[in-house]
Design a protein around this ligand. Sequence first.
Ligand code: BES
Ligand code: MN
Ligand code: ZN
Length: 466
Amino acid sequence: MEIKVLKEVKDKSCEVLVINKFEGDKTSQELANTYAVEKDRFEGKFGQTYLLHTFGKIPADKILVVGLGKKEEFNADKMRLAVAKAVKKLQQIHAKNACFDFDVNCDYGKSAVIGALIADYAFDKYKTEKAPRVEEITFAKFSEEEVKEGIIFGRALEFARNLSNEPADFATPEKLAEIASNLEGVETKVYDKEAVERMGMGAYLAVGKGSAKPPKFIHMKYTGKNPKKKIAIIGKGICFDSGGLDIKPPSSMLTMRDDMSGAACVLGVMRALKELEPDMEVHGIIAACENMPSGTSYKPGDILRAQNGKTIEVDNTDAEGRLTLADALCYACELGVDEVIDIATLTGACVVALGTYAAGVMGNDEEMISRVIKTANESGEPAWELPMFEEYKTSLKSDIADMKNTGSRQGGASIAGVFLKEFVDKAKWVHIDIAGTAFLEKPQKEFIAGATGAGVRTLLNYIKNN
Ligand code: BES
Ligand code: MN
Ligand code: ZN
């Protein structure tokens, strides 16, 4: 979809003119007031839509009125959702272009554009019959800057969603490395298996042992003009999670190509930095591999040594994400960054706790945790803090190593959090568990089923504003 912005769209001819109505208010269009408001008593409750033909009375063929609900309750989130709703309606009537003329706060341009780009997304490259798409939208009133930023965010989201929707045989560790190496405005180093061995990343290496596809450790670096801060973002990059020898049942394995959604998020973010130009040094890190069962797999009872020297008894080969993140966290800390954020489809327990509506957030610094949660909530990606009580550590006790990789099922998201904490040194660190939010089994709000690009907006806003 192409997005444009104009001061005024009243005289522009287009297929559909999209306007808004707040509850109790009139619209900006006489025709809509006559038909929708007076004749049909269209109330304008949030999410309602009303379509009318103009029969040549104005330059647009049709008018779509979108209900925005109560004016005093309107906000950036509702802006995004309302535009998304309108775009879905445009797809339904096979409209190819539209002009949006919303009588709302001009600051909402970024949210509007993001809403349009989220809603216009389809993963149909493998389908013979393509989904109906809107080709062009022109927004009135919004500032060029807001719209430009919305487009950067929207494209990053689309990129991340595509990558996590792709089958595991497309989005392999090698493919992720290739994508990272081709990013503009970013320096990329890829470490192959031998290099990873030399770096002593025994936890990460073990996870990839059972796969025919070699692991790739990816380090991207973006340097802003006057970097005030050094930050690392780490994405869990399990290109397929079969569970390993502790193999998953079919229903749980079905969507495990999405287990690299953290990595897809980090790639989407790194790709956008050249255009966003934040004043920060950003390191994007992905320890990519596949978790597969075979004669060469790592086994329950194995003892692994992570890069920081700590030893881990493998209790369950399906708790692989934290093993790869352990070495990635060590690596990030060695870079001397001020802050580290890891983002991972880490635990089913987080899905049980929070469902698909919110990501779980933990960390070692309350102030940073609240900044990340605030940013997430303001980005349209709700997040909720989960506790990291010391007590959770007791269930990771091992008789033969420094710790086990899993403990009790109860409190599983927090237990994973306290495990990761063992691999962070002085840096401030936040862990975002997106197991519930990264991939939807059915449509939810502005998203169709499949990958959501979870974390892209949060991390981009965090990098821009901190
Ligand atoms: N990738 C999964 C977590 C997951 C579950 C992501 C559901 C998305 C949806 C992770 O590697 C995993 O298998 N976790 C186990 C940990 C357990 C063995 C301690 C889990 O959550 O069951
Ligand atoms: Mn697993
Ligand atoms: Zn996993």
